[in-house]
Design a protein. Structure first.
Length: 553
């Protein structure tokens, strides 16, 4: 049976967190008499700590967007916000703290168009209104909690817009209790010449990286600033090399922190215009190091990914031959670069994945036959390279590896049984015990594949029953069974692949569905579901909603 808990509410976003403990206890029997042997003791209670979904939904009765929380066992629905004084008021953005206890959100709850910042406990209560001191009609959006859940960074534009219509964003911080609201970026000019946005917290919650964007004549990322929260006084310092947008120089705003919170890693063309390289810079702006090896003429660093332990970086670059992309690895505190792939001619960008312990990388490569991409596992220094997929014929592939959390298995997509018909497989990291996980009778495509936290189950989105409809399935790690999780979908509906996530204990899966609205030419998000792996019908958390894809579960 489908349990409908929100009637006619439109969901716009979701986050998942640990809720207060509940348990489902098994009942024990009574004792016997007459000298008979006593009955065996009752089994231990079956208990779990439910998690809570926090989501934004449109209450069509009130005509307002509000925040709600619901337990992942189909109960404990809690409105976090209720009817606003402003009849046209809406929650416009929100973010859940990493510890799952507090939600920060912005809303024009009191006066139409006057957005304020609030904080509220996930168990409900009275929201704390932050005294920002902003002018009326100041948008507040893009909220970012510190990893230790003590502060929220957010982006606002209290100065309105520049003469050319660009929003003049600045970055602010506020403590968890709503106090100590302050701007952390330096002056942006009067009239403004830059905009500051995209705050990224360091792992230790001490620093906030900000991206500085030019306004004249184009919006180009031209610098990184870092703010030190331990100092207190305004102290944002430029840490990236000086860039001049008039020469076409720019940064890649997707910078990351290393594990020690002492360096940032990013791409830029500051050395040579239109040649993108990979760099590391210390928090005080010193010691900028080029991480990639020498590039061939026309070569660039295409993408990069830090290892889970934050000590090494893998990057894709056409470093050896222009337009032939290879995978390289470098330790951040080292000097040598290891090439892992040995492409024989393909210009396709390899897919790769770090092992959970950061010692190995799985990747696809055409090192045996040109344009036949097979799956390999290698140590980060390029040694002990092992093919883990079958030998493939011309036109076939094995790609998109995903490690199990215990580091023992890999899931990947391949058409190795029938060219042009993909299936999902799992294999041990040494290439043994390959098994097929999917049953792709319709010959459709695949979306997300997500291992359960204990590595015993694999959830995946696929069009395996109808090649035009993406649905959610689960298979045990040994591939012995295959079960659909979602309920029957309506016409033109399918599962939103990016919404799939497991509960911490591996007993629940959260996902949403959506459909394509022909008249508006856009995707409309529908319902939020909690599924299980025991064959029970999924629970619909709400009815008719618009989901924006934000969640952590």
């Amino acid at each position: 049976m489908i349990h409908r808990m929100l009637s006619r509410k439109t969901l716009l976003g979701i986050a998942m967190t640990i809720a207060a403990g509940l348990s489902l206890a098994a009942c024990g029997g009574g004792g016997g008499g007459g000298g008979a042997s006593p009955p065996p003791p009752p089994p231990p209670p079956v208990s779990r700590t439910p998690q809570k979904a926090v989501f934004m939904a449109e209450d069509t009765t009130l005509g307002q967007r509000h925040l709600y929380a619901a337990g992942d066992e189909g109960g404990d629905l809690t409105p976090l916000t209720t009817a606003f004084a402003n009849p046209d008021g809406d929650v416009s953005a929100y973010a859940l703290s990493p510890d799952g206890r507090t939600v920060a959100f912005s809303a024009d709850a009191e006066i139409d168009g006057e957005v304020d910042l609030y904080l509220i406990d996930t168990n409900g209560g009275t929201p704390i209104k932050v005294d920002t001191g902003f002018p009326v009609n100041t948008p507040i959006n893009r909220l970012f909690w510190s990893p230790d859940s003590s502060q929220v960074a957010y982006v606002a534009n209290p100065q309105g817009r520049a003469a050319r219509g660009f929003a003049l964003y600045e970055v602010f911080l506020v403590d968890r209790d709503g106090s100590n609201n302050r701007k952390i970026n330096g002056p942006i000019g009067s009239p403004a010449v830059v905009s500051v946005s995209n705050p990224i917290w360091s792992p230790d919650s001490r620093y906030v990286l900000q991206t500085v964007k030019s306004l004249d004549p184009f919006q180009v990322d031209i610098g990184y600033n870092i703010y030190d929260t331990s100092v207190g006084a305004p102290n944002s310092t430029r840490v990236s090399p000086a860039l001049d947008w008039r020469n076409g120089e720019s940064l890649d705003s997707r910078a990351v922190w290393d594990s020690t919170s002492t360096r940032i890693i990013y791409k830029s063309d500051f050395e040579t215009n239109n040649v993108t390289r990979l760099y590391s810079t210390a928090v005080d702006g010193s010691g900028t190091v080029r991480l990639n090896g020498p590039l061939t003429s026309g070569g660039d660093v295409y993408s990069f990914q830090l290892s889970p332990d934050g000590r090494s970086v893998a990057y894709i670059a056409d470093q050896v031959t222009d337009r032939r992309f290879d995978l390289f690895v470098r330790e951040l505190d080292g000097t040598s670069v290891s090439r892992l792939t040995a492409s024989l001619g393909s210009n396709r960008v390899p897919t790769f994945a770090w092992s959970p312990d950061s010692t190995r990388i799985a990747f696809d490569d055409d090192r045996t036959t040109a344009n036949v991409r097979e799956l390999y596992v290698a140590n980060v220094d390029g040694s002990s390279t092992t093919r883990v997929s079958r030998p493939l014929a011309s036109g076939q592939y094995a790609r998109l590896p995903t490690w199990s959390p215990d580091g023992r298995s890999l899931a990947f997509v391949s058409d190795q049984e029938e060219p042009g018909r993909a299936e999902l497989y799992a294999v041990e990291a040494d290439g043994s015990n390959e098994r097929r996980m999917s049953r792709n009778d319709a010959g459709g495509g695949f979306g997300a594949k997500v291992w359960s936290p204990d590595s015993t189950m694999l959830a995946y989105a696929a069009s395996q029953e109808d090649r035009s409809v993406l649905e959610l399935f689960v298979a045990p790690a040994d591939g012995s069974a295959n079960m659909k999780i979602n309920a029957e979908l309506g016409e033109d509906e399918e599962v939103l692949s990016s919404s799939v996530a497991w509960s911490d204990d591996g007993t629940r899966i959260i996902f949403s569905d959506y459909y394509y609205e022909v008249f508006s030419s856009r995707w409309e998000y529908l319902d939020l579901w909690i599924g299980t792996t025991d064959g029970a019908a999924p629970i619909m958390i709400n009815d008719t909603f618009d989901y924006n894809g934000l969640h952590s579960y």
